[in-house]
Design a protein around this ligand. Structure first.
Ligand code: FRU
Length: 517
């Protein structure tokens, strides 16, 4: 748990950022500047529920350990500070810089309160920092972009250099219309309309928190695609909040999707699995990318919760955490570009593991559940497993299982499969589906929509399934086939439950296993 005195409370994540106190939702203003990653976020400085929306602030040098700073941009009587982005204004186009030092500029949504002359509207505003993010000043000329709309929000701004010139581009949503609207600016202060994207693909809920960025395909800088990320709530693939993406082209004016399956406002739930999703779990929302990251790397963070139950999750003075940071890349699969995601590893080079990994080499899988020994159990673990299902009906892992699961020291010898506390990650070989079942994961009763089973189709590669799993005190993040599909879910075990088991029905081979903590 976070080693801050008095904060060792149940479920407090060790690897995932949570605010020391109070409520958190979307990541905001993700920006890299002078060796530091800045994570701003939707935050209620005064309580454990959504409200008083302001930008909290944490910083990190490695995207793994975060240090919380003072609230960066506070709400006031007139406005709440909704989601948005931040840029390093290298050329001081805004004029906010002093002494040749580029300012950081935050572009956020002013959600105007009844006390404001703009009551009921949402418009885009600026705040700037000339001390590398420590303190922020709201621009006196706010708002800088007002469409007299009640649901115009979540601006993501980036510097664009293309055939049409060099300028700032903003993508933001008209949430109720399921539209992403694009604008351009020379100075971040005056904005000119460019185009509209959407509605397309998943359109059941509100569109929120868009992002647009360019990535090389298969690492080839001369062959790029643009990725448009659109979060949606409700109407995500697993129910409630979810993040979809589109792949296409952007000419500096218009984004053209090459992955649109259905167009228009009529949600077509029968096509949901044909759409592209950043994550197939219930708890990866409002994911956006960092700006200004060196070497063209694209790093994203999502909020690990779901609006269906975000306000009801068990908590003790704090609520909600961020996902691990993920690097996203575009690769070709079956002739189509797809995103793959790799989590920044808390036990990797910059993190550091505390014990020698528990490993198993190639061996046949036992029928049922084979519990791993105690030194391969835990509530904060990274698990790397590779399976060759062969003729098996099911292979997988049982995670965070109750103490009755046992776990004979010295080997995977217990074959009993007691019912009880557990979270089950199973690969059904006939359907080719990976599922994460949290119906028996512990406290699931705080909201009727919480008990759930998430599913994603995952083709075997050379007959194999590779899984990387990050377990933290109240979450499971699964990366299948090197990040081709991910499932992120919260869990709240309510009894001691740290056992890990290997699961198999009808055969199958374990190629390798490493459990690290
Ligand atoms: C997404 C969202 C955004 C909004 C913010 C308010 O989770 O609804 O659209 O700006 O949260 O906290």
């Amino acid at each position: 748990m976070k080693s801050i005195t008095g904060l060792d409370v149940p479920y407090r994540p060790e690897w995932h950022y949570s605010a020391e106190r109070n409520w958190l939702n979307d990541p905001n203003g993700l920006v890299y500047s002078n060796g530091t990653y800045h994570l701003f976020y939707q935050h209620n400085p005064h309580g454990n529920d959504w409200g008083n929306m302001s930008w909290g602030h944490a910083t990190s040098e490695n995207l793994l350990q975060w240090e919380e700073g003072p609230v960066a941009i506070l709400c006031d009587e007139q406005e709440s500070i909704f989601s948005g982005s931040a840029v390093v204004d290298h050329h001081n186009t805004s004029g906010f810089g002093i002494g040749g030092v580029p300012p950081l500029v935050a572009i956020y949504t002013s959600a105007y309160s009844p006390e404001s002359p703009l009551a009921g509207r949402q418009a885009q505003s600026l705040a700037y920092s000339t001390d590398d993010g420590d303190t922020w000043t709201k621009y006196a000329g706010n708002p800088v972009l007002d469409r007299a709309s009640s649901d115009f929000r979540d601006p993501k701004v980036f510097w664009h250099e293309g055939d049409a010139g060099c300028y700032w581009v903003m993508v933001a949503v008209e949430a109720l219309n399921r539209e992403v609207v694009l604008y351009r600016s020379e100075d971040l202060k005056s904005w000119e309309y460019l185009s509209t994207f959407g509605p397309a693909n998943a359109t059941e809920g509100l569109w929120e928190c868009p992002d647009l960025f360019e990535l090389p395909l298969d690492g080839d800088a001369s062959d790029t695609r643009w990725v448009m990320v659109v979060s949606l709530s409700p109407g995500g693939i697993a129910g409630g909040s979810g993040s979809q993406y589109f792949i296409g082209t952007f000419d500096g004016v218009t984004f053209r999707s090459e992955t649109t399956v259905t167009e228009g406002m009529q949600p077509d739930n029968s096509r949901m699995t044909d759409y592209r999703w950043l994550d197939w779990g219930r708890d990866y929302y409002a994911a956006v990318s960092f700006s200004n990251v060196p070497d063209g790397r694209r790093l994203m963070i999502g909020w690990m919760s779901n609006w269906q139950y975000a306000g009801s999750t068990p908590s003790d003075g704090w609520r909600s955490a961020m996902s691990l940071a993920r690097e996203v890349r575009l690769i070709s699969r079956g002739g189509r570009p797809v995103l793959v995601q790799e989590a920044m590893d808390p036990l990797g080079q910059q993190g550091g593991q505390s014990t020698a990994p528990f490993t198993l080499d190639r061996q046949p899988l036992a029928e049922g559940v084979a519990w791993l020994p105690a030194d391969a159990s835990g509530d904060v673990l990274r698990i790397d497993a590779e399976f060759e299902p062969g003729a098996a009906a099911t292979v997988g892992l049982v995670l965070r299982a109750g103490s009755e699961a046992g776990g004979a020291p010295g080997g995977a010898s217990g074959h009993e499969d007691p019912a009880g506390l557990r979270t089950v990650l199973a690969y059904e070989c006939i359907s080719g589906e990976l599922s994460l079942d949290r119906t028996q994961s512990g406290n699931v009763g705080f909201h009727e929509t919480f008990p759930s089973v998430e599913r994603v189709a995952v083709p075997l590669e050379d007959g194999r399934l590779r899984l990387r799993i990050f377990l933290d005190r109240c979450s499971v993040e699964v990366f299948a086939q090197d990040g081709l599909a991910t499932i992120t879910d919260l869990i709240f075990p309510d009894q001691p439950g740290n056992a890990v088991g290997l699961l198999a029905e009808g055969g199958g081979t374990l190629v390798s296993l490493a459990v690290v903590r």
